[in-house]
Structure formats: C-alpha cells, structure tokens
Design a protein around this ligand. Structure first.
Ligand SMILES: [Zn+2]
Ligand SMILES: [Zn+2]
Length: 247
C-alpha cells in the first residue's frame, strides 16, 4: 500500500518501527504492533508499541518489547528507568528503545545489557522499510468503521512455507494494529481475509482457518485469557501459524 494520508508523525514512526522489527525477526518470532498485555506486577493493561514473542511456544525468555519514543528531546535516565519497569511488568527479557534525537550519557549508562537504545530518525526508518508490509484492516475495524475513530493497518509479519498434502503452500499472516484481528493471505486461492477471535473461515481452496482462545487459570484473580491462536486445519492435520499473547 502507499503511505497513509494525514497520519500523525508519531503514529507513522511507531508503525514503521514495527515493520522494521518484523523484517529483522525470523519466522519463529511473532511481531505484534500496538500490543496490549496484562502486566504481571501492576495487573493493569499495558500498551506496547511492538511486542516480539516466540511464535509457537510459551518461551518468555525470547520476549522483547520495543518502545518507539518519537519526541523532540534526548532520552534521559528517567525514560530508561521507566522503560525498565515496563519490561519487568511485561516479563520481557530484552527491551529496545528507539528515538530520533539521541540520549544523555547517564541514560546510556543506565541502559546496560538488557536494553538496547537505537537512534533512528523518521526519515531513516522510512528509508529502511516499506509500506508494502502493510494492508488496510478488513476485520473488525472495517466492519465497525462508523464506531471506531481509527482504522487499523495490518502488518504482514510472517510468510509461511507449509507442507500440505505433499505440496508446498505459501501463506502470509499478520495482525491489525487496532482491532488485532489475525489476517491471512492464502497464495494458492489468492484470498485475503480476517478472522475474529474464536472465529473460523474456509478459503476458496477449502482450507479451514481457525482462531482459538486459550484460557489458563493460574492467576489469583481467577480466569485469565492467555493467548489467541491461529491454526490451519487441513484434513486431520492442525498446523499452528501464530499466537497473540494476551498477558
Ligand atoms: Zn482492525
Ligand atoms: Zn486458499
């Protein structure tokens, strides 16, 4: 797609940073733009510019959170400290702070091993990425267009090469950065579609795509949603494609 019109620069920056991280992550990592997960310490919903998690497993040691700090001043030590608190709350093993104006010497010292600080201007991040990795949401944002102030974009963060009935199939998957619906692009039948959580869809080539919510009760407050899975059902086989963490 071409560059969206009338988008605030900070939003553009966040979106392009998400695309850049998706390009740099392998298929085994799932990249969620504008993610929301429940903090393990605060028990509150936390907004994360880019959440990078193990795509199939439950391995939190691979979790990375990215904060795109689009502002007109340098990062200071307080920014790094509050980001470190956010990392703990989100159980992230690593954190990446991306800013266009640089940082103070004390901020750099405070960042230490678990935090990487990167300097990227809006122009630089625009040069390194492309709007080709985005599409307009055709899920809940589109269906509820009149009720939502903002329509999301889908970041295609994975191209899967799947072995189905002894043939290779190419499938792209992604997530909307506003309604978070999974999106699928099946290359064999060319159908592009969205699946709501706990929904399912049969594409033109008769493959069945399913989104399932996994519930886990390990929280003193009771039942907690753990993750939303995206699965492909072909005959008796079920292939896991993606997993969107909810906590
Ligand atoms: Zn959407
Ligand atoms: Zn298909």
């Amino acid at each position: 797609m071409s560059k969206p019109k009338q988008e605030d620069n900070w939003r553009l920056y966040e979106r392009l940073v998400a695309a850049l991280e998706a390009e740099n992550s392998g298929i085994e990592l799932s990249v969620t733009p504008n993610a929301r997960i429940k903090g393990c310490i605060s028990h509150k919903a936390r907004q994360i510019d880019v959440l990078i998690d193990a795509r199939w497993g439950d391995d939190l040691s691979r979790r990375i959170i990215v904060d795109a700090k689009f502002r007109g001043r340098k990062l200071d030590i307080k920014d790094v400290e509050s980001f470190e608190g956010m990392m703990k709350d989100c159980q992230a093993a690593h954190g990446i702070l991306i800013c266009p104006k640089g940082w103070s010497a004390s901020a750099k010292r405070r960042a230490q091993d678990a935090i990487t600080i990167k300097l990227l201007t809006l122009e630089e991040v625009e040069e390194k990425t492309s709007w080709a990795s985005f599409d307009e949401c055709i899920g809940e944002c589109y269906q509820n267009l009149n009720r939502r102030s903002q329509k999301g974009l889908v970041l295609w963060d994975a191209d899967h090469l799947l072995r189905i009935n002894d043939l290779w199939a190419i499938v792209f998957t992604g997530k909307c950065d506003v309604c978070h619906n999974f999106h699928i692009w099946c290359w064999d039948c060319h159908e592009k579609f969205a699946i709501s959580d706990e929904g399912q869809h049969e594409c033109y080539c008769k493959r069945i795509w399913v989104s399932l919510i996994e519930e886990e009760i390990d929280d003193p407050t009771g039942k907690t949603l753990n993750a939303v899975h995206l699965l492909l059902q072909t005959g008796s086989d079920i292939l896991p494609l993606d997993r969107r963490r909810l906590r």
